[in-house]
Each structure stands twice: as C-alpha cells, then as structure tokens.
Write a protein that binds this ligand. Structure first.
Ligand code: PDD
Length: 286
C-alpha cells in the first residue's frame, strides 16, 4: 500500500487523516507543489522548493516545522513507495483552528498542515502523447488575479480540463483580454519560424519551474525566445505550439480549436526541446 506523509508521520494512505476544519478543505487556503521523479530522483527540486517558499510568503502561511527537511521527506517517500518514474505532490494549508472562521487563525497557536504523497507514473518520460502531440481548446480565463501563487484553488482548471475532454481534446488554454494566459496546469508557447513565443511572467500566470529551465536551455541552444502575450488567432497560424509542466515536461500541441498546426504533427523545435530538457534536467536530479 502507498505510504504518505502527514505532519511528521509516514502512514499507509488509508490511515492518513486531516481535520474537517482544515482551511485547505473549507477555504482552499493552501498551496502545493508537484515535483517529477525520473530514475528515482527528483527533478529541479531546488526550483520547486524556492517557489513553495514564495507561495507561502505571499499568503502569510507560516512554514511547517519540517520545512528544512523537505528534501529528505521527498526522498524517503520516493524510496518507501519504490518510485522510479512519477510525481511527488506536496500540499501545505494554513491548518485548522478547530472551527470555521474567515479570519486567519493565530499562527502562534495553529500549525500549518503538511501532506505529501506520490503517484507512480511509469513511462512519464517516454510518453506516447509526446510523439503524437495533443489537442487543445481555448476557454476564457476566469480565475483570480494572483495566479503566480500556486494555490490549491484548482476548480476552474479542473472544469477546463473537462470542457476539453467533452470536446474530444486533451487540454485547454485560457484566454484573458484576447491573449493566452496559460494552460489548465501548464505554461503555453507558440513557435513562429525559429522564434519561441510565451507570455512574460507577471501575476497573470504561474512561474513554471519547467518554463524557466526550458527557456534557459532554448537560449543556450541559440533558439530565439520572445516573452510576450499572443492570441489564439496567432497560435492557429503558428508553425508549432507546445506546453510545459513538471508532469508533461515539453509537450507538443498539434491542434488548437480544431485547427491543425503546420502538418498536424509535433513540431521540430518542441520535439528537440523535449529531448534537450529530459537530457539536461536529469543531470541535476537529486
Ligand atoms: N501544474 N501553470 C499552471 C496553472 C500550473 O498548474 C502548472 C503546474 C504550470 C507549470 O508549472 P511547473 O513547470 O512548475 O510544473 C503552469 C502542476 C504540474 C499540476 O498542477 O499538476
């Protein structure tokens, strides 16, 4: 049985408990991180840890006591669950004061809740979807204004994913004021000629850890990168498109709102970037 981590204890998943008054449950008052595992090692762990600290700071959620042990806990969970390829999910909420109140509980007396669990995903790196490419639809972005904080408010992204499924597609890209913000759980890119175009960082999108690594590697490989907003109309005309995330790495997009991009197959640059990313990022896995 899967072993999970809850507030200091490693437990079988059926024995893990969180209070019904936990603010994560009552108010989506929490943040999370997702780190991939390849060859039993954590990918870009330092990046995920740094973003986690930032998310906590932005929301004034205190660090759990075990914050400095997070690498060790990640490794322990990976080992106990014998994960070769997969994901580690980490959730921190503001905890439970034992009641429901909109006012934040006193951090002196209320400890944050820390939950971690693994998902085994054999074939995460050698994903057949990356050879075929995926299809996306566009939907309006109606999320809140601080998407740079990785909160557990995932209802709308989840609804977006279902809208995509119902349309016979794989995912949705969100559009605000005519421009693409990001995907339901990924950052969005188009390629025009040799130029990679992706929205610049701001409060409008999550600052993807994979995005940072992929853009760095693209520049190192002398590819041209332009950080600016783009429209769905521009995306439909693009030579290629792709998305990035800790679970999808670099995933080619071959269709947007029913319009095939290029020849309808994964693009050269997206395919190359996926190769480079998977090769390079393993070197710093811990
Ligand atoms: N999602 N944008 C959003 C809205 C996301 O939820 C994610 C990650 C990303 C990509 O960030 P990163 O490269 O750091 O994974 C962008 C994770 C994987 C998830 O919710 O499963």
């Amino acid at each position: 049985m899967r072993m999970v981590y809850v507030n200091g204890d490693y437990l079988p998943e059926t024995e893990a408990r969180v209070s019904i008054f936990d603010r994560g449950f009552l108010m989506a008052d929490g943040v999370y991180e997702v780190t991939s595992i390849l060859g039993g090692k954590l990918i870009d762990f330092a990046g995920h840890l740094a973003r986690l600290e930032r998310s906590l700071n932005e929301l004034d959620i205190k660090k759990p006591a075990a914050f400095d042990d997070l690498l060790e806990i990640h490794r322990e969970l990976v080992a106990r669950n014998e994960i070769d390829e997969g994901l580690v999910y980490l959730q921190i909420t503001r905890g439970s004061s034992g009641d429901r109140d909109f006012v934040f509980p006193d951090p002196e007396t209320t400890e944050p809740t820390l939950v971690m669990f693994t998902q085994s995903k054999p074939g995460l790196a050698d994903n057949p979807a990356a050879r075929k490419g995926i299809k996306i639809i566009s939907i309006e972005d109606i999320r809140w204004g601080r998407r740079d904080i990785k909160t557990v408010q995932l209802l709308y992204p989840s609804m977006g994913k279902m809208m995509a499924r119902r349309a016979g597609c794989d995912d949705a890209w969100m559009v605000e004021d005519g421009h693409v913000t990001e995907g339901t759980s990924n950052n969005a890119y188009i390629v025009s000629g040799n130029r990679i175009i992706t929205r610049q960082l701001s409060h409008d999108i999550l600052h993807g850890i994979t995005r940072a690594a992929v853009l760095r590697m693209a520049r190192e490989a002398q590819m041209e990168v332009e950080e600016r907003p783009f429209t769905i109309a521009e995306a439909k005309q693009a030579d290629e498109a792709f998305l990035t995330s800790a679970s999808a790495f670099v995933m080619p997009v071959v269709e947007i709102d029913g319009v095939a991009l290029g020849d309808g197959r994964p693009g050269r640059i997206a395919t190359r970037l996926r190769e480079i990313y998977l090769e390079e990022i393993r070197k710093t896995a811990v």
